[in-house]
Design a binder for this molecule. Structure first.
Ligand SMILES: Cc1cc2nc3c(=O)[nH]c(=O)nc-3n(C[C@H](O)[C@H](O)[C@H](O)COP(=O)(O)OP(=O)(O)OC[C@H]3O[C@@H](n4cnc5c(N)ncnc54)[C@H](O)[C@@H]3O)c2cc1C
Length: 222
């Protein structure tokens, strides 16, 4: 099903990430972690669907997406950089492979954090955040999406890994088996994984080398 709705607000969260808030279409349902295809309802763009994850919660009175922009693709995310409140968006059915199964380690690369924004927000709302950790890989500090928010809700269970910067309080380099092991605890059963394909491939290899069974890995590639 496709529904047309309007942009309510649009703002930068980081230098290249937008928070796009839409009026909530009647009847829209989704589970935290799920995504939907969307398209811009204007000539030349209304058939170009791109997929984004809901970062609002199903019960919110609006729909929110957190979108990394790539001007060099000349695609939809570039168009969003000049979008305005009131512009129309077509939103399609919800889908997705990431869902909360139980406490665990959430491992995200860049915009791959979006399903975890929704899942962790939902756990926080239910007072069930304890025992979950977020390991978030980015190039630099300026790329970290919602750093203050995750610091506030997760405190020491929020671990940043920066590949291009070496800062106090931040792990440096790429996510490694050592980093995963350092922040995993015996009782953390599940590993949630989302990011760009090369990062996913590397981290899946790390999890295998640590003896984590496939059954305990919940993943989606962006
Ligand atoms: C299930 C799922 C959920 C997702 N959720 C989110 C989310 O919540 N937030 C988010 O930010 N992203 C998310 N993504 C990723 C997101 O869909 C893409 O990053 C986005 O569609 C890219 O759109 P674009 O406008 O930049 O360009 P695209 O539509 O990808 O590409 C436009 C054109 O650019 C060219 N192009 C493509 N890649 C490159 C490249 N690497 N270099 C040069 N040219 C290129 C191609 O010619 C292409 O036709 C998700 C992906 C999936 C699969």
């Amino acid at each position: 099903m496709a529904t047309i709705t309007k942009i309510k607000s649009i703002e930068h969260l980081t230098h290249d990430v937008l928070r796009v808030v839409l009026n909530k279409p009647e009847g829209l349902t989704y589970i935290p972690g799920q995504a939907a295809d969307i398209a811009l309802n204007k000539p030349d763009w209304n058939e170009k669907k791109n997929c984004f994850t809901f970062t609002s919660l199903p019960e919110d009175d609006h729909v929110e997406f957190t979108i990394k922009t790539y001007p060099e693709h000349h695609g939809m995310t570039n168009e969003l950089l000049s979008a305005q409140p009131g512009d129309e968006v077509i939103i399609y059915d919800s889908f997705g492979d990431i869902y909360f199964n139980g406490p665990g380690v959430f491992i995200a690369g860049g915009a791959g954090v979006t399903p975890f924004i929704a899942i962790l927000k939902n756990l926080q709302k239910q007072n069930k955040l304890e025992g979950n950790k977020l390991i978030f890989a980015n190039k630099g500090k300026a790329d970290i999406i919602l750093e203050d928010y995750f610091d506030a809700i997760l405190d020491k269970d929020f671990i940043n890994v920066l590949s291009n910067e070496n800062l106090d309080g931040y792990e440096h380099g790429y996510i490694s088996p050592e980093i995963i092991k350092k922040y995993s605890e015996e009782n953390l059963k599940y590993y949630y994984l989302c990011g760009p394909p090369p990062m996913m491939e590397a981290v899946e290899g790390h999890l295998a080398s640590l003896g984590i069974a496939e059954d305990f890995i919940v993943k989606e590639s962006f």
